[in-house]
Write a protein that binds this ligand. Structure first.
Ligand code: MG
Length: 310
């Protein structure tokens, strides 16, 4: 009992000791877009919070894209969205004034095809939860789709986003399926293209992303069977490696910089992928001076702060 008390008191008395272990050893520096354009062989842009605010283009963004197109700059939009096709994403950008060809957009939906081809899953019965566009990403790669009602069970479950959707009954069916197949030593593959837990759904309004439901499934499976890699979803989007690997491959260089507004996805993912990063102040991140990053752990600290795209 005294040991338990000791641990509790110790943790309570040193609330900052953990923080100092992970305190930033690096400090970001202020920079400008022209310094980044000149200093890197490729530029990766997050979409929401960097180029658009959810409704309109952010200041300077359309002009920057026009300039990069004219200068043949090696740039890519790297975004977690998996629910719409690249063609509809191009159209959405166009409606906000952007001229961004689909070859320059990498989203977590487009990684579904890479995953299927890399693991040779073309013949595997595959369940895609989500929009028709998410299903198209899978069938374009040759996947054979099944539904939860099919006689044939899925060997692969790809969890996109769908609203409105009865997640509760779907999760219960998936839990039963994954649990049984794990016990039969024939686990079902679980793939999560977009790891965003929540998403903005209007001013001050939020929705749960597919990641929230996958997280519930993962936790339930861990309670039933303990911790096993085969019961954890393969995540494709930021901050995970597949989307950064795809961006670096398509850019043909790792002298690249990720420009984003979220430390936990854009910056952390770039740091893990071994490329530089710059944080903007037009989206979720509001830290605008190097001092404000003093207590931010290294893995979330960008190399640069980019105050404006102008
Ligand atoms: Mg963003």
């Amino acid at each position: 009992m005294s040991m338990t008390l000791g641990r509790t008191v110790s943790a309570g008395l040193h609330p900052t000791s953990r923080r100092s272990d992970t305190e930033a050893l690096t400090t970001p520096i202020q920079t400008t877009i022209s310094v980044l354009t000149e200093g890197y062989d490729a530029l990766f842009f997050d979409s929401f919070g960097v180029l658009i605010d959810g409704v309109d283009a952010l200041p300077g963004a359309v002009e920057l894209v026009d300039r990069m197109n004219a200068d043949h700059t090696n740039y890519f939009v790297v975004t977690n969205d998996a629910s719409v096709s690249l063609d509809s994403r191009v159209n959405t950008f166009a409606s906000k004034g952007f001229s961004i060809p689909k070859e320059r957009i990498i989203n977590s939906g487009s990684l579904i095809a890479d995953y299927i081809l890399e693991h040779e899953l073309q013949d595997a019965p595959t369940l895609v939860l989500g929009s028709q566009d998410a299903k198209d990403y899978a069938t374009d790669a040759g996947a054979r789709l099944v539904s939860l009602d099919s006689d044939e069970e899925p060997d692969v479950v790809i969890t996109g986003h769908n609203r409105p959707y009865d997640w509760e009954s779907t999760l219960e069916e998936l839990l039963t399926l994954f649990s049984r197949r794990f016990q039969q030593n024939n686990p079902v593959r679980l793939v999560l293209p977009n790891p965003d837990f929540i998403y903005p759904n209007g001013p001050g309004v939020f929705g749960f992303g597919a990641a929230a439901f996958v997280n519930a499934l993962e936790q339930a499976l861990e309670r039933l069977h303990g911790s096993h890699d085969s019961l954890i979803a393969t995540k494709l989007g930021k901050p995970y490696a597949p989307i950064f690997k795809a961006a670096i491959d398509q850019a043909g260089t790792n002298n690249a910089i990720m420009i984003g507004d979220q430390l936990e996805t854009d910056i952390s993912g770039a740091n893990s992928a071994g490329i530089d990063s710059a944080v903007v102040t037009t989206g979720i991140n509001r830290r605008s001076t190097p001092d404000e990053f003093e207590n931010v752990p290294d893995e979330l600290t960008p190399r640069y702060i980019l105050a404006s795209l102008v």
